[in-house]
Design a binder for this molecule. Structure first.
Ligand SMILES: [Zn+2]
Length: 307
């Protein structure tokens, strides 16, 4: 990771692993790595398995992971200290793991509570993105037969028709639309009360990043956008693997009309208000997503003059 890039300051971006992609086709090399010093990130369904701390332990040696019903199935990469990191899906029930004193929790609260350090959080995100993809893609999309794990977990292969299927990560644009000293923030009913964030949406086939920003902003808030400027990106593993592409968007009108049923409120906020929201001092108790979210990164940069 090049630490002076804006993306380096987003959550899930501090992944220290050398992915050694060239080794993935070499099953023997991966087996021998699994026989050395190893950490296995274990998931139970779509939740993380961790030993309560402090400090919280979110990866285990091979023998311990096996006791929790998971093997070193998915090769994630090699850490700076030479430890090989893997992911594994537990074959045991959540209640059985909890009965052993383990936590079985969603990744989001572990992130919000800063239960693990940034590097470990990024590895957990990588493991989650890959393991959830395997879990939700057991069959061949071309012929419907069951597929098998290949290339250390970076491919699924169909024994019936020979098709290869690769882990997907979906591009999502997330944009801070601004006009003079104001920026557009909105909220969905599922947000915590008082939280406002940037607009966001999936990039569609045939679209540039800039076109996706303009289309989503117009569709969701009836705000036309001129210049779009890329700022930073972040891998985001929830609910599945996405790449959040953070942009600034120059708004051309200021009459907001919420046209997306997913949004319950949207309005312009001044820089001073945004600063108060980031610092938790807004008079109406409004606030923004936590530092691990790229919406936070975009807002902070805009307050400091970017855009
Ligand atoms: Zn097939």
């Amino acid at each position: 990771v090049t630490r002076d890039e804006a993306s380096a300051f987003t959550g899930f971006a501090a992944n220290p692993l050398d992915r050694r992609a060239g080794l993935r086709v070499n099953a023997e090399a991966i087996r021998s790595l699994a026989a050395g010093p190893v950490r296995v990130v274990v998931m139970c369904g779509e939740r993380m398995v961790a030993a309560p701390g402090p400090p919280v332990e979110a990866a285990f040696d091979v023998a311990t992971a096996a006791r929790f019903g998971a093997g070193p199935d998915i090769f994630l990469g090699v850490g700076e200290d030479g430890t090989a990191w893997f992911g594994g899906q537990s074959q045991r029930a959540e209640d059985a793991l909890k009965a052993e004193g383990l936590m079985v929790r969603d990744l989001r609260p572990l992130m919000v509570e800063r239960a693990v350090d940034d590097a470990t959080l990024a590895i957990l995100g990588q493991a989650r993105g890959l393991l959830v993809w395997h879990r939700t893609h057991p069959r061949c999309a071309r012929c419907g037969e069951g597929t098998v794990i290949a290339d250390g977990g970076w491919r699924r292969s169909c024994p019936a028709c020979g098709a290869s299927h690769f882990p997907r990560t979906d591009p999502v644009v997330i944009m801070l639309a601004h006009r003079g000293d104001a920026c557009l923030l909105a909220r969905k009913p599922v947000f915590a009360p008082g939280m406002y964030s940037c607009l966001a949406g999936f990039v569609e086939p045939g679209e540039t990043i800039e076109d996706a920003v303009r289309r989503e902003t117009l569709e969701e808030a009836a705000i036309r956008v001129g210049r779009v400027a890329y700022h930073a990106a972040q891998p985001w593993p929830m609910p599945f693997s996405q790449l959040m592409i953070g942009c600034f968007a120059e708004a051309l009108n200021d009459d907001i009309t919420l046209e997306d049923a997913e949004l319950e409120a949207g309005r312009w906020f001044s820089r001073a208000e945004c600063r108060a929201m980031l610092e938790g001092t807004h008079p109406e108790g409004l606030f923004c997503p936590p530092p691990a979210a790229i919406a936070h990164t975009l807002l902070r940069a805009w307050i400091e003059g970017a855009g």
